[in-house]
Ligand binder design. Structure first.
Ligand code: ADP
Ligand code: AMP
Length: 217
């Protein structure tokens, strides 16, 4: 099972990707989490990525593509994976297809591109209430999905934070970048006949049920 999650920042890609990964026992690969881990660890990549992320911009493809394509080649990905936040540009999608097509077959092997559809009006509210654990990658929402331990991560005990790039002014920029650079992937994967769209404004369990119906149809 190889799945790409599509949708605006804050649409619920990560939330759903984690639930799918847990149900089907495949890795959840989030490019944003990989960058945030690098930032936390003070790596050169983290320093470079942070400059773009804090402005709401995409990290350049040169710093992103090889990183994720290498990750999907790991042993734990042999039965599939859920890609969350990658690809985010047409060149990234083409590079992924090329990497997956290495054996010369026409089929990239991706099973589904799941587009979690949420209008811009809902996004700012979602993002301002999102609380993230930078240690284990868990995500909460102060109203829709609060941690039972307040501002402490239920999974690992670290303190939850409002991400620097979830401040309203940065969210507006990220939405504009999404519409310009990432939304075209909807047509790209529709052209490959693997696009499925779900209504992401529903309760997260209902979104998950809709995704499961697609995966098990
Ligand atoms: P993305 O990975 O697309 O950026 P997240 O999965 O982190 O988005 O979700 C953004 C915020 O919205 C998080 O705080 C999350 O808990 C919350 N959220 C996710 N799905 C829903 C939903 N269906 N309804 C309400 N809030 C949601
Ligand atoms: P996310 O955690 O998916 O919301 O990503 C947070 C930020 O990381 C984005 O706003 C980008 O700056 C950067 N990022 C994550 N994935 C990518 C990608 N595939 N291409 C470029 N930038 C990315």
């Amino acid at each position: 099972m190889k799945i790409v999650m599509l949708g605006a920042p804050g649409a619920g890609k990560g939330t759903q990707a984690k639930m799918i990964a847990a149900k089907y026992q495949v890795p959840h690969i989030s490019s944003g989490d990989i960058f945030r881990t690098n930032i936390k660890n003070g790596t050169e990549l983290g320093k470079k990525a942070k400059e773009y992320m804090d402005q709401g911009l995409l990290v350049p493809d040169e710093l992103t593509v090889d990183l994720v394509i290498d990750r999907v080649s790991w042993e734990d990905c042999k039965n599939g994976y859920i890609l969350d936040g990658f690809p985010r540009t047409i060149p990234q999608a083409e590079a992924l297809d090329a990497a997956l097509n290495k054996d010369g077959t026409a089929d990239s092997g991706l099973d589904f591109a799941i587009n979690v559809d949420v209008p811009d009006e809902n996004i700012v509210r979602r993002m301002s209430g999102r609380r993230a654990c930078l240690k284990c990658g868990a995500t909460y929402h102060i109203i829709y999905n609060p941690s039972k331990k307040g501002d402490i991560c239920e999974a690992c005990g670290d303190t939850l934070v409002l991400r620097d790039d979830d401040k309203p002014e940065t969210v507006q920029k990220r939405l504009a970048v999404y519409h310009e650079q990432t939304q075209p992937l909807i047509d790209y994967y529709d052209g490959q006949n693997i696009l499925k769209t779900v209504d992401g404004t529903q309760d997260m369990n209902d979104v998950f049920a809709a995704i499961i119906r697609i995966l098990e149809a």
